[in-house]
Design a binder for this molecule. Sequence first.
Ligand code: ADP
Ligand code: ADP
Ligand code: ZN
Length: 213
Amino acid sequence: MKIIMLGAPGAGKGTQAKMIAEKYHVPHISTGDIFRANIKNGTELGMEAKKYMDQGLLVPDELTVRILLDRVAQDDCANGYVLDGFPRTIPQAQVLDDELAKLGEKIDYAINVDVPDENIVNRMSGRRACIKCGATYHIAHVPPKKEGVCDVCGSELVLRDDDKPETVLNRLKVYHDQTQPLIDFYTAKGVLKTVDGTKDMQDVFQAVTDILG
Ligand code: ADP
Ligand code: ADP
Ligand code: ZN
């Protein structure tokens, strides 16, 4: 099963993708997480990506596509995957589609997690991410058991640099300009499913599993 998560930054793609990965036994692949891991490790890729991420801009397609195609070629992806944060542009979607077509494969579902812009800044300013394992929380909606500490691994939780309100507004603009057109792209392919992302995260997941079966 090959699944794509679509939605604005902070819509809850990562939250739902992690639950899908667990229930359906497919890897959760987040290009944002891959970039952040590279930044943390000080790789050349990380330094290049950081220039764009800090401004709320997209990392160039060429670089992003290369990373993603390498990742989905790994053995654990043989039975499918859930992509979180990729594709984010029409050219990215087109390359993915072409590469899958060469293998006689296709995306099965593109799940659009729909959350209006008004809710997004609140979602992002309350988001806290684990510096070590990448688990995400929300100070009001999805709090950790102990403030500032990851439930999963006990490491420190931080506000991502790019989750500050001024950068979030840029990211929302980039979303509307470059990513939202993917809704039409996947509708045309007959695989788009929309869920109401303003609901409680368990209710959103229920809607997702109703779709995936
Ligand atoms: P969020 O989940 O809040 O939308 P991500 O972790 O997916 O954020 O992405 C963080 C940043 O990483 C993006 O703002 C962008 O700079 C970069 N990025 C992640 N995925 C892509 C992609 N597919 N194409 C280009 N840039 C990306
Ligand atoms: P994305 O991957 O789309 O950027 P996340 O999954 O990281 O989004 O969620 C953004 C923030 O909103 C996080 O702080 C997360 O804990 C919180 N969140 C996710 N789903 C919900 C929900 N259904 N209701 C309220 N808050 C949510
Ligand atoms: Zn952790």
